[in-house]
Write a protein that binds this ligand. Structure first.
Ligand SMILES: NC(=O)c1ccc[n+]([C@@H]2O[C@H](COP(=O)([O-])OP(=O)(O)OC[C@H]3O[C@@H](n4cnc5c(N)ncnc54)[C@H](OP(=O)(O)O)[C@@H]3O)[C@@H](O)[C@H]2O)c1
Length: 326
């Protein structure tokens, strides 16, 4: 099978496409013929060995896929061979076949094709849990979403509007804010050229946001936290900026703020009830027409360029690799 390969940690330019033996499933594992794989920011971090968890060299990058089950390992009773499934793994998805533990697979919500299914689970589950499970969002509240044209950010704007929230989107250009507005954002802030804290306050009628969802970090995190109203909630989900913010705790004390984190990889194990509730809610939204914003589809041969575009902040929504495209 054709597969992307990372033989030393570093920038995406070092990743090539090679021919590998087809994988065999071990106990508790399933082989999926990959139709499409989404490019996620953490794939860049894993290739550079800058992620929370290391992938031992050499490895095939790629953490999110959609495809069809082709083989079941010992002890696995289902899903049946031929079933369409999506999945999330640490690595292995940028290939024509991936071997994954059964627990890594999820059914594809009705209505999503393979490209959109590959781009759905990580960002939309992160968005839903950040807003609802840990963010406690209620219809009518103001949510400020940073990196609002990115993968997690665009999904958060989309889900927030479907939950009846009012959304202030923050991004680095007018063009990127237009992407967030198309998803329903009520207002936009160019946080490179405008003062994030004062603009969030102004746009929310002077009082500030009820909730911030932050996949970016860096200096924007503290500015957004300062723009929360009393009893506001700040949810940290990622650090695309590259710098992990260090917030003075007196800011939290002064306005009774709540700061929480959310981590998607472990939620199905740590809180299965919340994971099931999110899956039900998101499936309903997909039935109502919700689709992840896929801005570009590339063949596997362009994997290094696709990862470089994500690393260098040149993408909106999601980029997907189509394994059947040449
Ligand atoms: N907690 C979880 O479970 C979870 C799940 C998925 C992802 N994440 C994390 O969330 C973060 C965002 O992921 P994503 O998939 O949304 O990534 P993405 O699609 O690349 O979006 C990240 C956004 O961050 C902004 N940004 C600001 N400074 C940046 C910089 N120096 N380099 C790149 N982007 C920068 C960019 O928007 P502007 O140019 O408009 O500022 C970009 O659109 C990552 O750190 C990822 O690891 C966490």
């Amino acid at each position: 099978m054709r597969a992307a390969r990372c033989t030393e940690y570093g920038p995406p330019s070092g990743i090539s496409v090679v021919e590998l033996d087809d994988p065999e499933p071990g106990p508790g594992e399933v082989v999926v013929r990959v139709h499409a794989a989404a490019v996620n920011y953490p794939d860049v971090l894993i290739a550079a060995d800058r992620y929370q968890v290391s992938a031992p060299l050499p490895f095939t990058p790629g953490s999110e896929f959609a495809g069809v089950v082709t083989a079941l390992g010992p002890g696995v009773a289902g899903p049946a061979v031929g079933s369409p499934m999506a999945g999330a793994v640490l690595s292995g998805a940028f290939a024509e076949q991936v071997v994954a533990p059964l627990a890594a697979l999820r059914p594809i919500p009705d209505g999503l094709d393979m490209v959109h299914a590959a781009a759905f689970h990580v960002t939309y589950n992160t968005a839903y849990h950040a807003l609802v499970t840990v963010g406690g969002a209620t219809a009518g509240e103001w949510a400020a979403v940073l990196g609002a044209a990115g993968g997690v950010g665009s999904a958060t704007v989309d889900v927030a509007k479907r939950l009846g929230l009012r959304v202030v989107a923050a991004a680095s250009s007018e063009e990127r804010l237009a992407t967030a507005r198309k998803l329903g954002a009520d207002a936009g802030i160019d946080y490179v050229r405008e003062d994030l804290k004062s603009r969030i306050r102004e746009l929310t009628g002077g009082e500030g946001a009820h909730l911030v969802v932050d996949p970016v970090g860096g200096d924007h995190a503290e500015a957004a936290l300062r723009a929360l109203r009393r009893d506001g909630r700040f949810v940290t989900v990622g650090y695309a900026d590259g710098r992990i913010p260090r917030i003075p705790l007196n800011l939290v004390l002064l306005k009774n703020l709540v700061v929480r984190g959310f981590e998607a990889r472990t939620i199905r194990r740590t809180d299965p009830d919340a994971a099931a509730a999110a899956a039900r809610a998101l499936a309903g939204m997909v039935r109502d027409g919700m689709r992840p914003l896929v801005s570009r589809v590339h063949p596997l041969s362009e994997v290094a360029a696709a990862l470089t575009d994500v690393a260098e902040r040149r993408t909106t929504g999601k980029i997907v690799l189509d394994m059947e495209a040449r």
